[in-house]
Design a protein around this ligand. Structure first.
Ligand code: RET
Length: 256
């Protein structure tokens, strides 16, 4: 089991490293703060991935899948950050396509986390799973079509917002929110509440970035990328840590 984990981690790290072309021809400039933020976040994602995978041995069986998925989210983000960083450092363009591919994989996985932690305490059903997944896909497809210029930027925004609001409805007032409230499991209720706050407050940064970057035009590509980078840092790593904390406290190994 230990060997398998080390192997998985090494594979993730290698994929990130070998996936980057021309590492010696493109250097990070010391005043490229956006590029620096891409570097810092990519290393944070790598560290978080190692941490989550190694911690899976410290949590009860029912919570293990949730912690593994937290590691998958940061691991997938790590690899995309290696590419995004390269695009930015080499061209100074926004790596929109890589960013959206990353979101398209990691955001649905984070939605699945709500389902997984509910199922860790036996309160989940498949309807919640599909509704959360659907909401995240609508949100991201709308945003991508708008940012990439396939449809009108305002229309893309409206479709994206509809998906996000649908997710918020499900986790606050919908079946998932109600199931969490009624579960009577302290670790679950705390984690669910914290994850819901991240999806409300932490996620609000992205549509705000979109509004200022594409609709009102007040934000340049530099600021937009720094904002998206910092948001990803919080929304992926802190989100995973919340799940890890609930998993360890529910497993009784770390509770004080
Ligand atoms: C790890 C990446 C995460 C958590 C990305 C989340 C992205 C969003 C919450 C994006 C939301 C958007 C809207 C709500 C409106 C339209 C534009 C988007 C896609 C930026």
């Amino acid at each position: 089991m230990k060997k398998l984990k080390l192997f998985a981690l090494t594979a993730v790290a290698l994929m990130g490293v070998t996936g980057v072309a021309n590492a010696e021809t493109v250097m990070l400039a010391q005043d490229d703060f956006v590029g620096i933020s891409f570097w810092v976040i990519s290393m944070g994602m790598l560290a978080a991935t190692a941490f989550f995978f190694l911690e899976t041995g410290n949590v009860a069986a029912g919570w293990r899948t949730s912690v593994i998925v937290a590691g998958l989210v940061t691991g997938i983000a790590f690899i995309h950050y290696m590419y995004m960083r390269e695009v930015w450092v080499a061209t100074g363009d926004s790596p929109t396509v890589y960013r959206y591919i990353d979101w398209l994989i990691t955001v649905p996985l984070q939605m699945v986390e709500f389902y997984l932690i509910l199922s860790a305490v036996g309160k989940a059903n498949s309807g919640m799973f599909w509704r959360l997944l659907l909401g995240s896909v609508v949100m991201l497809v709308g945003g991508y079509l708008g940012e990439a210029g396939y449809i009108n930027a305002t229309l893309g925004f409206i479709i994206g917002m509809a998906g996000w609001i649908y997710i918020l409805y499900e986790i606050f007032s919908g079946e998932a929110g109600k199931a969490a409230a009624k579960s009577g499991n302290k670790a679950l209720v705390t984690a669910f509440g914290a994850m819901r706050m991240i999806v409300t407050v932490g996620w609000a940064i992205y549509p705000l970035g979109y509004v200022f970057g594409y609709l009102t035009g007040g934000v340049d590509a530099e600021s937009l990328n720094v904002v998206y980078n910092l948001a990803d840092f919080v929304n992926k790593i802190a989100f995973g840590l919340v799940i890890w904390a609930a998993a360890t406290s529910a497993s009784g190994k770390r509770s004080k």
